[in-house]
Design a protein around this ligand. Structure first.
Ligand code: AMP
Length: 126
């Protein structure tokens, strides 16, 4: 399957500096910033700088360097925002919505790092 990336998506615009963001961390291949509509006291998005639509797209086509950088960026974000299990009310949820069933709003891969409160069950029933 060919993945089709839309360069006009809002995270592509953030990466080009066309719209602002509240940056938590920037690395060679990744950017982390606060979600504009936080659903928990901690709600940070981590994105790769490369043009990947979903996690499976990234896992299939990103370079090893991008994958390592992104994975380690998530670790650094957990440290920076204090959600690592064991730190106070530690713990977090990592979510990556993909496609229609996943109800993905922005078609550029992102993982949500959420924490700072007890988050409840994993998914709600329709
Ligand atoms: P998803 O449903 O996983 O695609 O979620 C997209 C997320 O992006 C939502 O949680 C939005 O609140 C967030 N979002 C949309 N626009 C921005 C923006 N300009 N800056 C930060 N977060 C954003």
């Amino acid at each position: 399957m060919a993945y089709v990336y839309d360069p006009q998506n809002i995270f592509a615009k953030i990466l080009r500096g066309e719209i602002p963001n509240k940056t938590v961390l920037e690395t060679e291949h990744s950017l982390a910033f606060h979600d504009i509509g936080p659903q928990a006291p901690v709600h940070v998005l981590v994105i790769p700088k490369g043009p990947y639509v979903t996690y499976d797209h990234f896992a299939a086509e990103a370079s090893d360097a991008e994958i390592v950088d992104f994975t380690r960026a998530v670790n650094q974000v957990c440290e920076l925002v204090g959600v690592r299990p064991g730190d106070g009310l530690g713990g977090y949820r990592l979510i990556s919505n993909a496609g229609e069933a996943g109800v993905q709003e922005v078609p550029h891969l992102h993982v949500h790092v959420m924490g700072g409160r007890v988050l409840g069950r994993m998914v709600s029933k329709p």
